[in-house]
Ligand binder design. Structure first.
Ligand code: DAK
Length: 263
């Protein structure tokens, strides 16, 4: 791959968007490679993904303005769909995805981070949806996800004003869960990923599904979604081991790490 690197460490997959000369801007090739990388993740071996950008300056500085500048209406729509499909794949990916935001997260960069389950950032991170300054609307879900994460008023202020915010404000409005120094960011992302990875994988996956799908429907339907996914955990080895360990008061035993295929 030209612009994506993927490595696996201890049940954690790390995807790095690697186009630092363009501040990791998303062109069609980056989107295609990201899509292909997600398809290749071995869900029997990997329990959490971390998404980050190469270099010290930028996570993702947006969709590629050079590539977009000459698009026709039809091509613009197709480019928007390509991005939206990948972002949705990330959002609905069976395992949790942590965005480790190491600098600029503008336009499509802010949007891709919002497709992840959890966002943490370095203290040099800058977030924003500058699209109206370029004569377009946010096109990779920004109008929808930002309002859901930080609330309608804040999202409208940022989007209408094309106003960038720094890491401390992103933390204050709940766009990121935590802010670290640049050096601390990846270790913190890996620590968080490890904390998640040691828990029962079917239960973690079902929690993601329950939260995401439940938020799209009313509470009566949402509770039914939770009931089904709760029931789905029973008879798994982890449910038996997890509850068995508690009843036996045996804290030394860990949840079993067995591939999904064998469950
Ligand atoms: N696209 C292409 N190249 C970019 C880029 C981008 N978004 N951002 C930076 N680069 C390139 C620069 O052109 C420069 O390239 P060279 O000149 O060296 O060849 C290199 O990265 C370094 O950038 P700078 O020299 O500008 O670095 P500075 O530190 O001075 O400034 C900056 C950093 C992040 C403040 C600045 O680069 C900047 O303002 N970048 C653009 C940020 C931005 O506006 N991003 C939002 C893009 S709009 C849609 C689908 C999707 C979208 C919309 C519609 N549909 C089709 C429905 C999404 C839109 C966006 O994301």
């Amino acid at each position: 791959m030209e612009f994506i690197t993927y490595e696996v460490e201890d049940m954690v997959g790390i995807i790095t968007i690697n186009r630092p000369k363009a501040l990791n801007a998303l062109n069609s090739t980056v989107l295609d490679e990201l899509d292909a990388t997600l398809d290749q993740v071995d869900l029997d071996a990997v329990r959490v993904l971390i998404l980050t950008g190469a270099g010290e300056k930028s996570f993702v500085a947006g969709a590629d303005i050079g590539e977009m500048s000459s698009l026709t209406k039809e091509e613009g729509e197709a480019f928007g769909k390509k991005g939206n499909d990948v972002f949705r794949k990330l959002e609905t990916f069976p395992i949790p995805v942590i965005a480790a935001i190491n600098g600029f997260a503008l336009g499509g960069g802010c949007e891709i981070s919002m497709s992840c389950d959890i966002r943490i950032c370095s203290d040099n991170a800058v977030f924003g949806q500058p699209e109206v300054g370029l004569g377009i609307t946010p096109g990779f879900g920004g109008t929808q996800r930002l309002a859901r994460i930080v609330g309608v008023g804040k999202a409208k202020e940022m989007i209408y004003g094309a106003r960038n915010i720094k890491a401390d404000e992103a933390y204050r409005i709940g766009l990121v869960n935590n802010v670290y120094t640049q050096e601390e960011l990846m270790p913190a992302a890996k620590k968080l990923a490890a904390t998640i990875a040691k828990n029962a994988p079917i239960a973690v996956r079902n929690c993601k599904k329950a939260i995401n799908e439940g938020l799209q429907v009313d509470m009566d339907q949402a509770i039914v979604i939770e009931e089904k996914l709760f029931g789905d955990c029973f008879e798994t080895e982890d449910q038996k081991a997890g509850m068995g360990n508690f009843l036996e008061k045996d804290k030394s035993k860990k949840l079993k790490v067995v591939p999904f295929k064998n469950r």
